[in-house]
Design a protein around this ligand. Sequence first.
Ligand SMILES: [Mg+2]
Length: 188
Amino acid sequence: MSASPPQRSSARRRSQHELAARARAIRLAVFDVDGVMTDGRIYLGASGEEMKAFNVLDGHGLKLLREQGIEVAILSGRRAGCVDRRAVELGIRHVVQGAGEKLPAFLQLITKLDVQARDTCYMGDDVMDLPVLEACGLAFSVPDAPHEVRRAAHHVTRRRGGEGAVREACERLLELRARIGAAGRGEG
Ligand SMILES: [Mg+2]
C-alpha cells in the first residue's frame, strides 16, 4: 500500500492552463538566498564574515527574466555582505536582507515596487518562506525543502539550491509564459 494516495484533485495539481495564466501575470520574481541561490551552507570566517557559494548558471536565468520585463529581487532572512556583492554582479537592484519575518518584508517590497502579490513569483526552501509562497502568484521550491514547503509550491525544481535551481525556475517561468497560446488545449 502506498504511503499517500494520488492527489489529482489537489490544488497543487494545477492545470497547465492555470499555471500559464499565473506565469503570464508575473512582473516581479523574488528569490530567497540560503538553500535557493546557494546550497544552504554558510562559511564563517574568524571575524564573523559570512561566505556563500552561488552558481553561475543562475545569473543567466535572471538575465532572461529581465529581458522579458520581469523585475528581480532578493528576500533573505539573514544578512551578509556577500549577498549585496552578488546582487550587484547580477544587476539586482532590490535586495531585502535580515527579514525576521518574510511576509511583512515581502508586502513592503511589493508595495514599494507597486506590484500586486499575484503578479509576483517567489522561490523559497524553508518553513519561514511558507507565508510568502502562499501569498504570491506563482510559488517555486527546491527538491530538498520540507514536505509542507514543497506542497505549497506550484513547481518544485529538479535541481537543488546552489546547483542551478534558480536557473531552472527562471526557465520554467518563461516556458509557462510562452505556453499560453497552447494552454487551452490542455497540453501537458
Ligand atoms: Mg532559505
